[in-house]
Design a protein around this ligand. Structure first.
Ligand code: SF4
Ligand code: SF4
Length: 297
């Protein structure tokens, strides 16, 4: 059995990535199970998804605590202790991180198994014009690393899953382009044969750690202490040469993360801005740029 655990933030598309890999494995006539962690599935919040596939029936259920492959959609998650993205890494044959080639992450984050990196975000930005919606690239990385899914099945799965999400033909084609490129450029990792994990008749269901998919706002009045800036996939940057101090961005921010200074200009509180980019959408002068968040927390 191959167990893949995807980690990302709401908006990265890890749920869809897990589904694409599951559908591709299904097309390859394998037994499949895929499921995301539901809960605080808000844009920017840490989320996870799980995909198992096997040639035999899959009896395991629940979260994957001993993954064969860990796929991480953003480097910032490695420094977010609450996301626990490396939990169970001793069982993994590989860890994939969406990061530029040559990023020295092994020592920085104590990553044990072979580490594979590829900058899916840069390619997705170039092809699709967004730093989120990485599902096709993440799925392609997972599919290629396992060595058990063909390009044909992967690309058919990308088309099918995005069609179900009502993506336009153009968006589907662009995602297929990204998936094909990632699949082509990565190499397969050697996976050791793994047991099914089922012994006897008692099924052990993995326990979901409280922080895996939650906002960690666990007590009344502690929202201020939760640094929701760690959820940010994209970063809003106000262009003060363009801003006319109309204040619409402050009114539109659902998190109260924009305050108006005495001089009338808006200022973003990056400790609590979640990167929803509503402010950029409501600014009538397009005076708030969307950039990829590169801060490591
Ligand atoms: S509206 Fe802008 S400032 Fe407020 S949380 Fe969203 S991105 Fe951040
Ligand atoms: S909406 Fe745009 S122009 Fe208006 S205050 Fe915000 S940044 Fe400035």
């Amino acid at each position: 059995m191959i167990r893949i655990r995807f980690h990302g933030r709401g908006g990265h598309g890890v749920k869809t990535a897990g589904r694409i890999v599951g559908t591709a494995a299904f097309l390859a006539s394998l037994q499949v199970q895929d499921s995301p962690v539901y809960g605080a599935e808000r844009r920017g919040a840490p989320v996870a998804a799980f995909t198992r596939f096997d040639s035999a029936p899959i009896l395991e259920r629940g979260v994957i605590d001993s993954p064969d492959l860990i796929v991480i959609a953003d480097e910032t998650l490695l420094a977010d202790a609450g996301a626990a993205v490396l939990a169970g890494q001793t069982s993994a044959a590989a860890v994939f991180v969406n990061a530029p080639a040559g990023a020295r992450l092994n020592e920085k984050y104590q990553i044990l198994p072979p580490l594979v990196t590829w900058d899916i975000t840069a390619r997705t930005q170039a092809v699709l014009g967004t730093a989120s919606a990485l599902s096709a690239g993440l799925a392609a990385a997972a599919a290629k690393l396992t060595g058990l899914i063909s390009a044909e099945h992967l690309l058919a799965a990308v088309r099918e899953e995005l069609r179900q999400l009502r993506a336009t033909a153009d968006v589907v084609d662009k995602n297929v382009t990204i998936a094909a490129e990632v699949f082509d450029q990565l190499s397969t990792v050697r996976f050791a044969p793994a047991a099914s994990g089922i012994a006897g008749e008692v099924l052990t269901v993995g326990y979901e750690g409280v922080n895996l998919g939650t906002a960690s706002i666990l007590a009344p009045g502690n929202a201020q202490q939760r640094n929701t800036g760690t959820w940010r996939v994209e970063r809003p940057e106000i262009d003060y040469d363009v801003c006319t101090r109309c204040g619409l961005c402050q009114l539109g921010c659902p998190d109260g993360a924009i305050k108006i200074e005495k001089n009338g200009f808006p200022v973003i509180d990056y400790d609590h801005c979640k990167g929803c980019m509503i402010c950029a959408q409501v600014c009538p002068l397009h005076g708030i740029a969307r950039t990829k968040e590169v801060r490591s927390w």
